[in-house]
Design a protein around this ligand. Structure first.
Ligand code: ATP
Ligand code: MG
Length: 553
């Protein structure tokens, strides 16, 4: 069985780069970078950027760097940096070079001195409040402060002393001297450096000053020879500053920034700040909780690198912000697992069925195809004996209309096995069903019963062979499509987003599966062995996705 041909979806950046290559721009080279700040785990929105940056490089025989944008040491950590590398690799991408914005601190400092010498940057010693007051508003221009006309010598001296650590945090900043009346606030003498006496994960205490994002990013791109600097739309207003910095300085490369729409996914939040909040407020267990929209969360949930890359291909790349429905992501994994996942039987809420017309020691071995449409997936043996488990849901004492599963006095087919009839319900003193007593029709193995129709087919597990397992069922974490705009998470969290079922019984072959193995549990959905908790003694499965779209209802 083969997958449907992928359709080429609109990607204006692909067209733009193709045109550049054909025109011989940047000597026909394509060099991109994925530039995360190591201040949190990557989420599915980052995957869009990763697929785009690495994808364009590979499509045009170019290169793509992984660059840590590590200029804000307060919130950055080595744990995050390691996790980011692992996630990018897991998604299937190899970076050409691993770089850090902090690798360029010395060069960035030299470039800043050059701007000062050109009279295009100055040290401003105003307080934060004064700076704010002087900046103006969207309708009113900014006002020059008392430090704007400092001499080059004074600026160089102060900036060197900022670097030497002579001043306290917040006492001075270095600003570009551009245009205080610009309609673009980013050009009103933006800050280039601030004093921050904080230890950096890589440079330690070497630097008491740190460069700002806008100043760092364009120069890092230029230093690395990036040709196409792809970023999300919120940076559109920053592009004039990006270009301004590069125009003033002589840099090795001439990168160009192009913006695309960020991914917004319904029923979740995609911002590191919000994800940190989910973890810290204990709405989830961890960064890799299977309900998290992090790459590592999706991985643990049972998504594959292929499915995430396929999703990024399906949504395309445009200039218009739009919300993407969760079903599009789910369909990517569903389509893959439908083709690839072996079928198995698992009973989540077991009820014992005793086949009363079989001997106590009766056993039979039945051969099951691992995949109904794929003979090459092979077969496996499943035991059948006097006692089996079926799911509580598949029996009804008072059946609703059109119920086609097992009822008292009715028949149902056991998947790949016989038709059975329920003759008796055995209950405990509290009225709970403990056993269903059934008889089987020995003529119905792989055959229709004669003279009557049996419509229902249910899954089952042999009680002799079945292995106890834990199955974790997941529903959306939020109850509203845009939880990010809610006042608090508590009001929009789905209290039933995780249901841990501990009495499940599964086929024996499931217990010995390696972590991160994917299966379809017949009639129940697609599941994966949990990469942290699954083992032979206690098999643990996460439901990745249901068999069919459940959003439609
Ligand atoms: P967040 O808002 O989640 O903190 P960020 O943009 O601050 O994200 P960075 O580490 O700076 O996170 O992001 C690295 C790259 O990923 C940037 O180029 C950014 O534009 C891109 N990116 C981040 N979020 C999304 C998204 N939702 N869709 C597409 N690209 C994204
Ligand atoms: Mg950021």
């Amino acid at each position: 069985m083969s997958k449907p041909e992928p359709v080429e979806v609109s990607n204006f950046i692909r067209n733009l780069i193709e045109a550049d290559v054909n025109a011989g721009k940047h000597d026909g080279q394509v060099v991109t970078r994925f530039p995360p700040e190591p201040n949190g785990y990557l989420h599915i929105g980052h995957a869009k950027s990763i697929c785009l940056n690495f994808g364009m490089a590979s499509r045009f025989n170019g290169r793509c760097n992984l660059r840590f944008d590590d200029t804000n040491p307060v919130r950055e950590s080595e744990e995050y940096a390691l996790a980011i590398k692992e996630d990018v690799s897991w998604l299937g991408f190899e970076w050409d070079e691993l770089r850090h914005a902090s690798d360029y601190f010395e060069q960035l400092y030299d470039y800043a001195c050059e701007l000062i010498r050109q009279g295009k940057a100055y040290v401003d010693s105003s307080s934060a409040e004064e700076l704010r007051a002087l900046r103006g508003t969207l309708t009113e221009p900014g006002t020059p402060g008392p430090y704007r006309e400092r001499s080059v010598e004074e600026n160089l001296d102060l900036f060197q002393r900022m670097r030497a650590g002579e001043f306290a945090d917040g006492t001075h900043v270095l600003r570009a001297k551009i245009d205080l009346s610009s309609g673009n606030m980013n050009l009103r003498d933006p800050t280039l450096y601030r004093i921050r006496k904080v230890t950096h994960i890589r440079t330690g205490d070497a630097w008491p000053i740190y460069p700002m994002y806008d100043y760092t990013h364009c120069l890092s791109d230029a230093i690395e020879g990036i040709t196409h600097s792809l970023c999300t739309l919120e940076f559109e207003d920053h592009r004039p500053l990006y270009n301004w910095v590069l125009e003033q300085l002589t840099t090795p490369g001439q990168p160009e920034q192009t913006e695309f729409a960020r991914l917004s996914l319904e029923y979740t939040v995609l911002s590191k700040r919000r994800l940190i909040q989910l973890v810290e407020e204990n709405h989830v267990h961890s960064w890799d909780d299977p309900r998290m929209p992090t790459i590592t969360g999706f991985r643990r949930r049972g998504y594959t690198p292929e499915s995430i890359r396929d999703f990024c291909e399906r949504i395309g790349v445009t200039k218009n912000d739009a919300w993407i429905e969760m079903v599009i992501l789910e369909n990517s994994i569903r389509d893959q697992l439908n083709v690839e996942a072996p079928r198995r039987m698992a009973v989540l809420e077991p009820v014992k069925v005793v086949i009363t017309d079989l001997d106590d020691d009766y056993t039979e071995t039945l051969s099951f195809a691992n995949h109904p449409q794929d003979e090459s997936a092979g077969r496996r043996d499943i035991g059948f004996s006097k006692e089996i488990w079926i799911d509580r849901d598949d029996f009804a004492e008072n059946p609703p209309p059109k119920y086609q599963r097992l009822v008292l006095g009715g028949e149902v087919r056991l998947r790949g096995c016989y038709v059975i009839k329920c003759n008796d319900i055995i209950k405990d003193a509290d009225g709970n069903i403990v056993e269903l007593h059934c008889t089987h029709d020995a003529q119905t193995l792989g055959k229709k019963p004669e003279g009557r129709k049996v419509k229902g087919v249910i899954h089952w597990v042999c009680a002799r062979q079945g292995v106890n397992a834990e199955v974790r069922m997941y529903e959306p974490l939020f109850t509203v499509p845009d939880p990010g705009s809610a006042e608090s998470f508590s009001s929009v969290i789905n209290p039933d987003s995780e249901k841990v079922m501990t009495r499940c019984v599964v086929e024996p072959s499931l217990a010995t599966a390696a972590p991160e193995t994917h299966f379809q549990f017949e009639r129940l959905g697609y599941f994966v062995t949990d990469r942290r908790d699954h083992n032979k003694e206690l098999p643990v499965f996460n439901r990745t996705v249901t068999l069919r779209d459940t959003w439609a209802k």
